[in-house]
Design a protein around this ligand. Structure first.
Ligand code: HEM
Length: 445
């Protein structure tokens, strides 16, 4: 039995540090909160009916602002579920994304495999701090300027129109279509392909390999193959583009990278591009899908949007608050022993920290009736769906533009569409990171 406790509490069963077990849901359904309180194992997250990152986040809130949990592979981490504390930690200097602060991680003496190594390992902007972070992030930021977002707008509109035109043809004999591959995934995938200036000859291959990166049913070998293919194609693009810079993200990165005092190596450049492909795709898929599901399951609020009383932008912010596309983005580490004066929480040097955006967005100290989707909620923008502080998502303006264009045109094109299954039966990713729906069967009319 795994002990569950608040870090301030006493361990009474095993003598080991407190642990709230989080892992993939295949084996057992999550225990209800009452069982958690009794000290039973608790499985965080899943596609198990009745469970979701949101439910888990709200359960964790019962254990204080920063309970200790067990992540996959047995790693123990403090999960930050309080909005204010999450903001202070992500904006401050006591916590770093650089895994050099994680004792034993780099030298391999700490056994960390799978998803946490995949996220914490690469040396990219997400995992860097200070000057190195600035050096790695600047070229990406330079490629995602407001001008670039404006220029991408007609491109996004064209991609959305094309996807909408194909939608009916993709429906099965009973008129049902799965909106995830047919629409929600197609938009960000094509946007990123165009943004990066992938040559048309490589588009099919690139799209296929990029899809493989998000295939949660793929085994490690298939996943590695997709990763290698995407890296190889990005490598080819960088090599070809160095001599013929254009008006695209890859060229922007090369230009910006060469203008600094310490230009990025090809390896660093590829790591940044890979980060952008990953960061830009699966998140936006879930932002589109989840907003559509929220609107379909809340007809009165959908009517407010369709009637122009509430903007789709506001409906999106409320959707991002309640169900952020990335429930959490591993991982951060305490760089020293410190106490957060306002919450009284004490963190130990080297301790892994996970900001739980799904929990922070439903913090009852910030939002009334936090679990309710309410497009008129005054606090709807108080969420961490795009992070906070120096690592705040540089793609947020582009992502918001994509989602609003896609969903507004979808609402116009299919005003009578409805879910083909009960919303409670929509499958969710097997992940404490990706947060959304993996299938959204829709009856178009
Ligand atoms: C709805 C869609 C999106 C969501 C919900 C999202 C969310 C996030 C979150 C939570 C982070 C981590 C912030 C932190 O550590 O505090 C992040 C980082 C990042 N995102 Fe996004 N993102 C989205 C779309 C995009 C797009 C479209 C791009 C690029 C075209 C992008 C590029 C990045 C990059 C490069 C980082 C790393 C930034 C850094 O560490 O400095 N994201 N995103």
């Amino acid at each position: 039995m795994t002990l569950i406790q608040n870090p301030e509490g006493a361990d009474t069963t095993s003598g080991t540090p407190a642990a709230l077990r989080i892992h993939r849901p295949e084996a057992r359904p999550p225990m209800p909160p009452s069982a958690v309180a009794g000290g039973c194992p608790f499985q965080l997250k899943g596609s198990v009916p009745g469970s979701s990152n949101g439910v888990e986040g709200r359960t964790l809130q019962h254990y204080g602002p920063a309970p200790l949990v067990e992540l996959p592979g047995g790693v123990q981490a403090r999960v930050i579920v309080a909005y204010d504390l999450a903001q202070r930690l992500t904006a401050g200097r006591d916590v770093s994304r650089n895994a050099d602060h994680w004792p034993g991680f780099r030298d391999g003496s700490l056994a960390v495999d799978g998803v946490l190594r995949q996220w914490a390992g690469p040396r990219n902007a997400l995992n860097a701090e200070g000057e190195e972070h600035a050096r790695l992030r600047a070229p990406i930021q330079a490629g995602l300027t407001p001008r670039r977002v404006r220029e991408m707008t007609p491109v996004i509109e064209a991609i959305v129109e094309e996807a909408l035109e194909d939608l009916e043809a993709l429906a099965d004999a009973s008129g049902v279509v799965d909106l995830v591959p047919a629409f929600a995934l197609r938009i960000p995938q094509q946007v990123i392909t165009r943004l990066m200036g992938v040559p048309s000859a490589l588009m099919g291959q690139f799209g296929q390999a990029a899809t493989g990166l998000f295939d949660t049913s793929a085994g490690p070998a298939d996943m590695q193959r997709s990763m290698d293919t995407v890296l190889e194609l990005l490598g080819e693009m960088v090599a070809a583009r160095r001599d013929h810079l254009g008006d695209d993200l890859v060229s922007d990165l090369i230009r910006a990278a060469e203008q600094t005092d310490s230009p990025l190596s090809d390896e660093d450049l590829l790591a940044q591009l890979m980060l952008v492909v990953i960061a830009a795709t699966e998140t936006t898929v879930h932002a589109i899908g989840t907003l559509i599901v929220h609107l379909l399951t809340h007809p009165a609020q959908r009517a407010l949007v369709l009637g122009g009383e509430v903007s789709l932008d506001d409906a999106l912010e409320e959707s991002l608050r309640l169900q952020p596309p990335a429930a959490s983005v591993p991982l951060r580490f305490a760089v020293r022993d410190f106490e957060d004066a306002e919450s009284g929480q004490v963190f130990r040097k080297g301790e892994p920290i996970l900001i739980h955006a799904a929990a922070a967005g439903t913090d009852p100290d910030v939002h009334t009736a936090p679990g309710v989707y309410n497009v008129r909620r005054p606090t709807r923008r108080k969420h961490l769906a795009f992070g906070h502080g120096p690592h705040v998502c540089p793609g947020a303006p582009l992502a918001r533009r994509e989602v609003v264009i896609a969903v507004s045109r979808w609402l116009e094109a299919f005003p009578d569409a409805r879910l083909a299954v009960d919303a409670a039966r929509l499958p969710q990713p097997h992940s404490f990171i990706a947060n959304g729906f993996t299938e959204i069967p829709i009856r178009l009319a």
